[in-house]
Design a protein around this ligand. Structure first.
Ligand code: DOR
Ligand code: ZN
Length: 341
């Protein structure tokens, strides 16, 4: 069986920096035309100048024949200024600003400690029509890790949504029924969905042994939530689109007594999504999800090129070279069912 679709884009991607780019960039450029690049580097991309310089480093790591386009974002902090938002919104290579609650995930120490203090920033983003991308998890130690997404929606996101009705918001890597409902109920609100949250539930992380390569944030949830995500992804509703959240960490940083959060899926991203849509008998909905609804939300043209997938199984290697270390791909232990032609 074969399937030809408009070339997809990845609306949520971590490429890292330095020598890591020599591994990460080519995997994404091979299957995606564009990607929204997350700004959570060790030194976060907090302004337009840093974003432009980072973009150049990504382009320098591209294979010669590639015309992949990195779409840059800036990282909101307690010190982000209104003027910075204005500059970012006017720059041709910056497409959004990302809100990380401080301490929520990898490299979020410089994130926002008081979301409500950011009102002038959200006001300016609404005025400039710069999308707000949200890592929607509270960080309170007394909130159970499985409840952190819903708690963020209730405590912060609902108020942002209400106070800035025209602001375009992406609830990144949605993991719960409540997140899906929130997106469905609100205008100018969309969500990205990752392959790991569409394929796996928390048993795949914890039952029969801890599987560190399935650990990411927001954490995998129970099966009822996974089913809600699959239903949203395959519904043909343009509020839901592809964002891998591919997040490379060296093998030894994952297989560790305190392992890092993040699944590296870029080696087989569209193949993993094809498997989800195939299992749901919704392959006819894959193209909208992967290639149309993202650019429509970001008000960018849809791609002209195509990509052909075939239902042929292959096995990812045990690991890839990652600077002086290795990188273990997601779903390495089970053959993948779809292949790019
Ligand atoms: O699992 C995750 N890894 N979730 C995030 O939000 C960040 C990411 C990373 O940068 O490693
Ligand atoms: Zn991410």
């Amino acid at each position: 069986m074969q399937l030809t679709i408009t070339k997809p884009d990845d609306w949520h991607l971590h490429l890292r920096d330095g020598a890591a780019l020599n591994t990460t960039v080519a995997f994404t450029a091979k299957q995606f035309q564009r990607a929204i690049i997350m700004p959570n580097l060790a030194q976060p991309i907090v302004n337009t100048a840093l974003a432009a310089a980072y973009r150049q480093r990504i382009l320098s790591a591209l294979p010669a024949s590639s015309d992949f386009q990195p779409l840059m974002t800036i990282y909101l902090t307690n010190n982000t200024s209104v003027e910075e938002i204005r500059q970012a919104s006017q720059h041709k290579d910056v497409f959004a600003a990302k809100l990380y609650p401080a301490g929520a995930t990898t490299n979020s120490a410089n994130g926002v400690t008081d979301v409500s203090a950011l009102s002038p920033i959200f006001e300016e983003m609404q005025k400039c029509d710069l999308p707000l991308l949200v890592h929607a998890e509270v960080t309170d130690v007394d909130i159970d890790i499985f409840d952190r997404e819903q708690a963020f929606i209730d405590k912060y996101l609902a108020a942002i949504r209400q106070d800035f009705p025209q602001l375009r918001i992406v609830l990144e890597h949605a993991t719960t029924q409540q997140a899906i409902d929130f997106v469905l109920e609100n205008h100018h609100t969309a969500a990205t969905l990752t392959p790991q949250h569409l394929l796996f539930n928390r048993n795949d992380l914890l039952a029969g042994g801890v599987r560190p390569h399935n650990y990411c944030l927001p954490i995998l949830k129970r099966e009822t939530h996974r089913l809600a995500l699959v239903k949203a992804a395959t519904s043909g509703n343009p509020k839901f689109f592809l964002g891998t959240d591919s997040a490379p960490h060296a093998t030894e940083a994952k297989e560790n007594s305190c392992g890092c959060a993040g699944c590296f899926t870029a080696h087989a991203a569209i193949e993993l999504y094809a498997e989800v849509f195939d299992k749901a008998k919704a392959l006819d909905k894959l193209e909208g999800f992967s290639s149309f609804y993202g650019p429509d939300f970001y008000q960018l043209p849809r791609n002209k090129q195509t990509l052909t997938l075939s239902k042929e199984s292959w096995q990812a290697p045990v690991n890839y070279t990652f600077d002086s270390q290795t990188l273990t791909p997601f779903r390495q232990d089970t053959p993948l069912q779809w292949t790019i032609k």
